[in-house]
Design a binder for this molecule. Structure first.
Ligand code: SF4
Length: 220
C-alpha cells in the first residue's frame, strides 16, 4: 500500500496562491469595516479602534466627522469637545489626548496631511506599528501587513505564516504573500478570522480553505 506523501507544516507557494484565490473569489474588493473617506479620517478611526469594535467606532465617527474631519477642526473642538463624541468608546480619555496631540503634530510638521511614511506615522501618539501598517496599506496602497489577533490566528492555524509573535507573522507574511494579493491580503485574512476561523470555535465545515489548512483540531 502506498501512503500519501506527508504535507509540510507550512503551505507551499502553490497552496498560498490557491488560498488567496479562493478568498478573493468570495470577496473581490475587500476593505476595512471602519468608515472613512480620507487618510486622516482613517487614521483617527484606527486610533480609536484599539480595544473597541469597528461598529462602536463607526457610531462615534458618524457624528464626529461631519463636524470635524481635519486636524485643524479637531484641534478647534479641543480635548473636552472631542471627548463628547467618543465617550462611548473604551479608553476614550487617553485616546482623546492622543488624537489632539497627533493633530497638533500633523499641523506643525506635515502641513495638516497624514504622512506616507512609517517613521512619521509611528511618531504620532497612539500610533503603533499596526496602526501605521493599516494606514499605509488601506489609505496609501502600500504593501504592508498589519497583523491583528485574527490574522495572527489564521496565519498560524493554516500554516500560511506561522510565527510566535505578531512581528514574526508580519515578516513572514510580507515574504510569502504573492505580490498580486498583497494589497488586499490583510482584509481577506481579517475577515476570514473574524467570521469563519473564529477564535473559540472555527467554522471548519464552511471554510473554503479547509483542504489547504494545516490546523490539527478542525471542527467536524
Ligand atoms: S479549516 Fe478551520 S482552522 Fe482552518 S482556516 Fe478554516 S476555519 Fe480556520
Amino acid at each position: 500500500m502506498t501512503r500519501a506523501p506527508r504535507r509540510s507544516a507550512t503551505l507551499t507557494r502553490a497552496e498560498i496562491v490557491e488560498l488567496f484565490s479562493r478568498l478573493r473569489e468570495l470577496n473581490p474588493k475587500p476593505t476595512t469595516e471602519l468608515e472613512y473617506s480620507t487618510p486622516f479620517e482613517l487614521l483617527v478611526a484606527v486610533t480609536l479602534s484599539a480595544q473597541a469594535t469597528d461598529v462602536g467606532v463607526n457610531k462615534a465617527t458618524r457624528r464626529l466627522f461631519p463636524v470635524a474631519n481635519t486636524p485643524a477642526a479637531i484641534l478647534a473642538l479641543g480635548e473636552d469637545g472631542l471627548k463628547q463624541y467618543i465617550s462611548t468608546i473604551g479608553l476614550f480619555n487617553a485616546k482623546a489626548k492622543n488624537v489632539i496631540t497627533a493633530c497638533r503634530i500633523l499641523l506643525d510638521e506635515h502641513g495638516g496631511e497624514v504622512p506616507r511614511s512609517r517613521e512619521a506615522l509611528e511618531a504620532l501618539p497612539g500610533v503603533g506599528r499596526k496602526t501605521a501598517n493599516v494606514v499605509l496599506n488601506t489609505a496609501f496602497g502600500e504593501p504592508t501587513m498589519a497583523v491583528d489577533t485574527h490574522i495572527f490566528r489564521v496565519a498560524n492555524r493554516t500554516g500560511l505564516a506561522p510565527g510566535k509573535d505578531v512581528r514574526a507573522v508580519e515578516d513572514r507574511l510580507v515574504k510569502v504573500v504573492p505580490a498580486e494579493f498583497m494589497q488586499d491580503a490583510h482584509h481577506w485574512l481579517i475577515l476570514h478570522g473574524r467570521y469563519v476561523c473564529k477564535a473559540r470555535k472555527p467554522d471548519c465545515p464552511q471554510c473554503v480553505i479547509r483542504d489547504l489548512c494545516r490546523f490539527k483540531d478542525k471542527t467536524p
